[in-house]
Design a protein around this ligand. Structure first.
Ligand code: UD1
Length: 360
C-alpha cells in the first residue's frame, strides 16, 4: 500500500507552499497525495489561478467553507475534514502555515488520531491578537512532525519546551524558496500594468485583519501610501478584504494617486517583486519573497515571525502610524543593503520534508 498523505489547502499562500511539495510527491514512488481544499479562498484570482499556474492537481475534495468568523469557519471545516479522514484513512495529514484552514486540519487530524505534519512550524510573532499566531501555536502543539523553515523557529520550539523525544523537529529550509526557485523563469507582468525600462515603483500589499478592520487605522495606512505615491508610484494589488473595508470607509478610489490593480497570481507577483524598488506589506510570506528577490521591505505591523530579516537589516518594522510608515520608507530608500545571506535554506525544503515523512 502506498503511503497516503491528506494535504489541507485553503488560502492563497497555502497553494504556493503546496505546489512544489505536490509536484515532488507526484514524482515519488509509493506515495499517494489526496488534496483537500477547504474553500477559504474562492475568488478566481485568489484561488483558481493558482491551480492553473502552479500545476496543482484538482483537489479530491472541495469543501466551499468561507466568509465566516474564525470559530464557525474552523468548526465547519473540522466536521467536514473529520468525515474525509474516516473515508480515506490517511497515514499522514499535512498542513501549511497559520490560517484557519491549517488549524481546522490540525484539529481534525489530532481528534481522529492521524499523525500531523506541520510545514512552517515554530514561527512566532508573540502577538496573540493576531488569529495567525493562535492558529500556528495550536497547530504546533498538535503536530507529530514539525518542519521548521529557520533555526529561529527551532529555538522558539525549544523555548516552549517542545520535546524532541516525543516529536520530530526538522530544519528543512523554507518551501517558499523552493517555489520561488521553481517558478521564477515563468514570471510575467500583470496585464494592464503599463511599464517601460525606465519605470520605477514601490509594491504595496495590505490585507491583515489588524490593519483593515479598524477604519481609522486603515485610512491612516492609505494616507501614508498616498504620500509615498506622490514621490514614486505605488502599485497595490487589492485584496478583497481590504477592498470591502475601504468601500465601507468611503475611501475615494477615483482621486487616489495609488495605482490599484486586481489581486495577482503567483507568476505576476514574482514579476512585481523582481521589478519593484521596495515592498511595503503587512503580509507574512511576502516579507521573505522580497528578500528572495533582493528587495528591501517595510513591514506594516508591530511584530513579525520572520525576525532574521530585521536582524540582517533588509526589512524594518514600521507599525501602522502614518508618520512611522513614511519614516520607515525613507530609511529603507536611503539605505545601502547587502543581500545574499542564506536565511531560508537551500531551496530544497520539499525533499527534506518528503524524506522525513517516509523515515519517521
Ligand atoms: C487569510 C489568512 C492570512 C493570510 C491570507 C492570505 C486566516 C486567519 N488568515 O486571511 O493569514 O495571509 O489569508 O490572503 O486564515 N475574500 C474574497 N475572496 C476570496 C478570499 C477572501 O472575497 O477568495 C474576502 C471575503 O470577504 C472574506 C475576507 O476576504 O470574508 C477575508 O478572507 P479570510 O479568508 O477570512 O481571511 P484573509 O484576510 O484572506
Amino acid at each position: 500500500m502506498p503511503m497516503k498523505i491528506l494535504t489541507i489547502l485553503g488560502t492563497r499562500p497555502s497553494f504556493i507552499k503546496a505546489a512544489p511539495i505536490s509536484r515532488t510527491l507526484a514524482a515519488t514512488d509509493d506515495v499517494e497525495e489526496v488534496l483537500v481544499h477547504t474553500g477559504q479562498h474562492y475568488s478566481q484570482n485568489m484561488d483558481a489561478i493558482f491551480f492553473t499556474e502552479l500545476g496543482l492537481p484538482k483537489p479530491a475534495y472541495h469543501l466551499d467553507i468561507n466568509n465566516l468568523a474564525h470559530g464557525p469557519m474552523v468548526g465547519r471545516m473540522l466536521e467536514a475534514i473529520s468525515k474525509i479522514i474516516e473515508d480515506e484513512s490517511p497515514n499522514w495529514m499535512l498542513v501549511f502555515g497559520d490560517t484557519n484552514s491549517t488549524l481546522a486540519g490540525a484539529l481534525a487530524a489530532r481528534l481522529n488520531h492521524i499523525p500531523l505534519a506541520h510545514v512552517e512550524a515554530g514561527l512566532r510573532s508573540f502577538d496573540e491578537s493576531m488569529p495567525e499566531e493562535v492558529n500556528r501555536k495550536m497547530t504546533d502543539q498538535m503536530s507529530r512532525v514539525l518542519f521548521c523553515p529557520t533555526p529561529k523557529a527551532i529555538d522558539n520550539l525549544d523555548a516552549e519546551g517542545f520535546n524532541a523525544n516525543e516529536k520530530t523537529i526538522v530544519l528543512t529550509g523554507d518551501v517558499m524558496l523552493d517555489a520561488a526557485r521553481l517558478f521564477t523563469p515563468q514570471a510575467r507582468r500583470p496585464e494592464g500594468l503599463e511599464y517601460t525600462d525606465k519605470s520605477t515603483f514601490v509594491l504595496a500589499t495590505i490585507h491583515r485583519a489588524e490593519n483593515t478592520d479598524d477604519p481609522d487605522r486603515l485610512i491612516g495606512i492609505f494616507t501614508a501610501l498616498e504620500t509615498i505615491s506622490r514621490e514614486t508610484q505605488v502599485v497595490l494589488p487589492l485584496h478583497p478584504r481590504t477592498q470591502t473595508r475601504l468601500d465601507a470607509a468611503a475611501y475615494d478610489f477615483s482621486s487616489s494617486p495609488i495605482r490599484f490593480i486586481e489581486p495577482v497570481g503567483y507568476l505576476e507577483m514574482i514579476w512585481l517583486l523582481k521589478s519593484c524598488t521596495m515592498l511595503l506589506t503587512d503580509g507574512g510570506g511576502l516579507q521573505k519573497e522580497a528578500f528572495f528577490f533582493d528587495r528591501p521591505c517595510v513591514t506594516l505591523r508591530d511584530s513579525s515571525e520572520w525576525t532574521e530579516l530585521f536582524e540582517s537589516g533588509v526589512n524594518i518594522l514600521a507599525g501602522y502610524a502614518p508618520a512611522d510608515i513614511i519614516a520607515a520608507y525613507e530609511t529603507m530608500r536611503d539605505k545601502t543593503l547587502t543581500f545574499g545571506q542564506k536565511l531560508y535554506g537551500d531551496g530544497h525544503a520539499c525533499e527534506h520534508i518528503i524524506k522525513t515523512l517516509f523515515d519517521v
